[in-house]
Design a protein around this ligand. Structure first.
Ligand SMILES: Cc1ncc(COP(=O)(O)O)c(C=O)c1O
Length: 387
């Protein structure tokens, strides 16, 4: 028997206390018990999203939350600048064309972060553009785009909107929505919130809330003005997924207990340990700088099939890693390090990767990656709280 370990960049493993919370008996969503549950969730979500704004809770996956942001903030034939540097950047562009919004795409090499100067140039060429659509952490490549610097560029014109898909970045990276000027901050349950898939989130700035009434794209289920108004009464417009909300309340409690700064630090340490270990094994990272703390992408060595490595690691060691998406299919492995994981989980995965690659003929000295990981962990000096 091998112990199954889910180390993909989403969905992630659900902690036992969250799983247990989700087995509580269903209550009615128009009851006073629900109001109490929802009130607590709303407050803790603001903490996890590092904002004073209301965070809209939607019953959908992350793409639904992206769609909700787009169709509530824009109108047909609006022009927007889109950073297209991975599969999820492509998704922004696809959503735009689906809804009749005109995307001005900045194509960024997969594995590189966008240069804010290029965004500025795009706005200079298209002064009528209504805003910028970007990922914080582009999960298909492991890049973190420079959100804070992008916010400065976007807000050189005061009514432009910065719409950020932070699906794999909320509760992983520092993202000071209110202070930096992020207008829509989007996430989903199956990433660092350590829940099953099924909830999407959109937090809106005051500027974005003012834009809601101007938007002329159709929406009904995803009408965020209605969601905001209803949530402020501790209600939801439609029947909510009660079990997921129980889980959310518990996972948010875990985030509050850990503290957001410490949580960001834990994710950074895991990311650095993984990068250091993979490099020590002679492997090439996809990203040179501006790494996401949520996942690391590494190139599969020449002559080895990425799918075969993935299968070997899963069958021999129980560890599920992700492969490449789109044009990176078969060429990279992606290791998730977000949610309820720690450095020892990373070291286990590094050991499995070393062993699998050695079995497939890659000239790695066994223990090299694990040693680098252990040394880095020691050097970084991060200590968990086992209380
Ligand atoms: C950055 C990013 N955007 C969008 C999505 C799409 O989310 P979902 O699959 O939940 O619709 C993902 C999922 O992996 C993601 O990581």
């Amino acid at each position: 028997m091998v112990k199954p370990r889910l180390l993909t960049p989403g969905p992630v493993a659900v902690p036992e206390r969250v799983a247990r919370a989700m087995t509580r008996p269903i209550i009615h969503h128009r009851s006073s018990e629900f109001v109490e549950l929802f009130k607590g969730i709303r407050a803790d979500l603001q903490y996890a999203f590092q904002t004073q704004q209301e965070v809209c809770i939607l019953a959908c996956s992350g793409t639904g939350a992206m769609e909700a942001a787009l169709c509530n903030l824009l109108s047909p034939r609006d022009r927007v600048v889109v950073v297209r540097g991975g599969k999820f950047g492509d998704r922004w562009a696809e959503l735009c064309t689906t809804f009749g919004v005109d995307p001005i795409c900045i194509d960024v090499e997969w594995g590189r972060a966008v240069d804010p100067a290029d965004v500025r140039k795009a706005f200079d060429h298209h002064p009528d553009a209504k805003g910028l659509l970007v990922q914080a952490s582009e999960t298909s490549t492991g890049v973190f785009h420079p959100v804070r610097a992008l916010a400065q560029v976007v807000h050189m014109q005061p009514d432009r909107l910065l719409i950020v898909d932070a699906i794999s970045a909320v509760a992983v990276h520092e993202l000071r929505m209110d202070e930096w000027g992020i207008d829509a901050l989007i996430s989903a349950s199956q990433k660092a919130l350590s829940l099953p898939p099924g909830l999407g989130f959109v937090a809106l700035s005051s500027l974005a809330q003012a834009a809601l009434s101007r938007s002329r794209l159709p929406k009904y289920y995803f009408d965020l003005a209605r969601v905001l108004e209803t949530q402020r009464r501790n209600q939801t417009p439609f029947t909510p997924p009660i079990s997921l909300l129980y889980g959310l309340a518990e996972s948010l409690k875990m985030i509050v207990e850990e503290g957001i700064d410490r949580r960001v630090q834990r994710h950074e340490v895991m990311a650095r340990v993984v990068r250091g270990a993979l490099s020590a094994m002679g492997l090439e990272l996809l990203v040179n700088d501006s790494h996401s703390f949520a996942c690391t992408a590494v190139r599969v060595p020449d002559g080895i099939d990425g799918k075969v490595v993935q299968r070997r690691i899963l069958e021999d060691h129980g560890i599920r890693l992700a492969g490449g998406q789109g044009r990176l299919k078969g060429k990279i492995l992606r290791m998730g390090h977000l949610g309820d994981l720690d450095v020892l989980d990373m070291i286990a995965a590094i050991s499995a990767i070393e062993t699998a690659l050695a079995a497939l003929g890659y000239p790695v000295k066994l223990g090299e990656g694990v040693r680098a990981a252990t040394e880095l962990n020691h050097e970084l000096g991060f200590r968990g709280d086992s209380a």
